[in-house]
Ligand binder design. Structure first.
Ligand SMILES: Cc1ncc(COP(=O)(O)O)c(C=O)c1O
Length: 473
């Protein structure tokens, strides 16, 4: 039987690996409807021969798109386009709706009173990254460059240093498939700061947030005087049907599609399409918190949601996971009208990151320091994630994908509390899933493994598994 021919045009001189070129162009054919749900793709052998590339390249590209949910493989019957909606139904709805208290869930909680040493326990924090000491030189070089730089005259551009905005636009396009210009980028003091800036200019009204979800986003929403609408999740990500049935005049939906915080699942391709369609129907924005997408270790990270709809999605990136949370630098990418509105407000308050910091971060990006940090941390996280999964999988279901710097395991509530109490006594604060939720009844542990030493992690796992083995009988 004749096989379909894919109109791929590969550039062998490009820096983009052939696997990504094949995956990106095939994904685009699905986005645009050239390939429709149920269509059969050429076999690996046929496509490799058609385009003149190795079979392994096609195989990797297909595996990537299967992992992302755009394609499905039927045993012995080939590879097909999955049943996802078409992006075409979303276009035409341009324009963005612009005009105009608590610990955020990162602090520890005391399950039992006192711990062994009477000192602060080591928190298995989901947000603390591992720092590769071999890359200290890159950090120092960046700051040396700042000290030698010509000091600019007057107040800086409130949207951020133009060179940094351009560099960030290139970075996000290269790493997350979001093609944008420097004018669409605003340099922030991190994700939460960027989200606060956005809430200042977004039409008043409630914000929908995943539950369980990033509690800091809920806190920022409430501090801005807005209501939080909790939306549940299922294994594909935010439950769009539950969102659809909510009557509130929701102005934005805050999601973590690449690596849902704290469940660690990836939003499927179909769910992405459905979410964008629902946001479009409501005239609401989607806020994409892309906090740790660099750290996917089995397949390449799925392109950002913002790559699917540049008018509807506000993208939030941060250096908190890749460089250091104390740096306080991040980036927001959105429609130019929003960026201009945010910059205008900022100009009066001067609440932008100081230029030496922006200048140092620019150097880290240009010199490849950030890429090196990400590469080495990814290797460490892959190893640690494997160790944690291996230790805990006999006792509960590992919910999270192999990504990021934490792992989420479902456990009955009584085990969660007992493990947390014993860990606390031994000097470890292990976060419970309930800390990230207001309405969801799921119970489990969220084990951050980035900010610890190997020895600390190994001791913490010993304490947890000993308790679990005893309690599970
Ligand atoms: C879900 C999520 N988003 C974003 C961030 C980073 O926030 P920021 O850039 O404000 O440090 C974190 C940090 O822990 C997080 O867990």
């Amino acid at each position: 039987m004749a096989h379909p021919v894919l109109p791929l045009s590969l550039d062998r001189s490009s820096d983009l690996p052939l696997v990504l070129q094949v995956a990106n162009q095939t994904r685009e054919l699905v986005h645009t409807g050239s390939l429709r749900p149920g269509d059969r793709l050429p076999s690996i052998r046929a496509l490799a021969a058609d385009v003149g590339i190795a079979r392994a390249v096609v195989e990797h590209a297909y595996d990537q798109l299967i992992a992302e949910g755009w394609l499905t493989a039927r045993r012995g019957a080939g590879t097909y386009v999955a049943q996802v909606g078409r992006l075409a139904v979303l276009t035409g709805a341009r324009g963005s709706p612009t005009t105009a208290t608590v610990n955020a869930g990162t602090g520890g909680s005391d399950p039992s009173g006192s711990n062994k040493a009477g000192s602060d326990p080591v928190r298995l924090d989901t947000g603390s990254p591992w720092m590769d000491p071999r890359h200290d030189a890159g950090w120092r070089r960046a700051w040396r460059e700042v000290s030698a730089a010509h000091i600019p005259r007057g107040y800086p551009d409130p949207a951020g240093l133009p060179e940094l905005r351009a560099e960030l636009a290139a970075y996000v396009s290269r790493t997350r498939g979001v093609s944008c210009t420097a004018e669409e980028v605003i340099v922030t003091g991190g994700t939460t700061h960027g989200f606060g800036l956005l809430l200042d200019v977004l039409t008043r009204g409630p914000i929908a947030i995943e539950d369980p979800g990033y509690r800091a986003a809920a806190a920022v929403t409430e501090q801005a005087g807005r209501a939080v609408i909790d939306v549940p999740l299922d294994s594909d990500g935010l439950d769009v049907r539950a969102l659809r049935s909510n009557r509130a005049d929701i102005r934005a939906v805050y999601v973590t599609p690449a690596h849902q915080h704290p469940l660690g699942i990836t939003m499927s391709a179909g769910r992405r399409i459905a979410l964008l369609a629902e946001a479009t129907r409501r005239g609401a924005m989607v806020v994409e918190d892309d906090y740790d997408s660099e750290f996917r270790y089995d397949v390449a990270p799925m392109p950002a949601l913002a790559a699917l709809d540049r008018d509807r999605v506000i993208y939030l990136g941060s250096a908190s996971k890749s460089v250091h949370p104390g740096l306080r630098i991040g980036w927001l990418i959105g429609p130019v009208d929003l960026v201009v509105a945010m910059s205008a407000r900022r100009a009066t308050r001067h609440d932008y990151p100081p230029w030496p910091l922006q200048r140092a971060f620019l150097s880290m990006l240009r010199e490849g320091h950030l890429d090196k940090l990400v590469r080495s941390a990814r290797r460490v996280y892959a190893g640690r994630s494997h160790v944690v999964a291996h230790a805990l999988s006999p006792y509960g279901k590992i919910i999270s994908r192999p990504a990021g710097m934490y792992l989420t395991v479902a456990l009955p509530g009584r085990l969660v509390e007992a493990v947390r109490t014993e860990s606390w006594r031994a000097g470890f604060d292990v976060p419970s899933l309930a800390e990230y939720s207001r309405t969801c009844g799921m119970t489990g542990l969220v084990i951050g493994f980035g900010g610890l030493t190997d020895e600390e992690l190994s001791r913490a796992l010993d304490v947890m598994t000993t308790a679990l083995a005893r309690l599970s009988g």
